[in-house]
Design a protein around this ligand. Structure first.
Ligand SMILES: [Zn+2]
Length: 109
């Protein structure tokens, strides 16, 4: 018969594990924000608006690697630059984040 760990010990181990998992998720989230597209100041360049949604959906959740649902696709202007913001929510853990894109448009002369 397998001996169960003492409840107190199991509890503190679980807490430690949860804290470590949480920290890892927080770090991943921070990394995500530092990468291209994670902030309005560092948008990802895409060729057309339709690629915004394709790309946004292809990026996994930094916290749990889950699939994102695209909640909204918003056009905005930041410091004179026209941007697209894809608002995402993870289907698995429910965390929310945005990806930012800059459209590479053919200039009109
Ligand atoms: Zn997630």
């Amino acid at each position: 018969m397998k001996k169960k760990p003492r409840p107190e010990r199991a509890r503190s181990e679980r807490r430690l594990r949860e804290r470590a998992t949480q920290k890892l998720a927080d770090d991943s989230e921070r990394l995500f924000e530092l990468e291209e597209g994670g902030r309005a100041e560092r948008p990802l360049a895409v060729g057309s608006a339709s690629l915004v949604e394709v790309h946004a959906r292809s990026v996994p959740c930094p916290r749990c690697n889950g699939v994102h649902d695209l909640l909204e696709h918003v056009a905005l202007v930041k410091d004179g630059v026209r941007l697209r913001e894809a608002r995402l929510r993870c289907r698995q853990c429910g965390s929310m984040r945005s990806l930012f894109f800059r459209l590479l448009e053919a200039r009109l002369n």
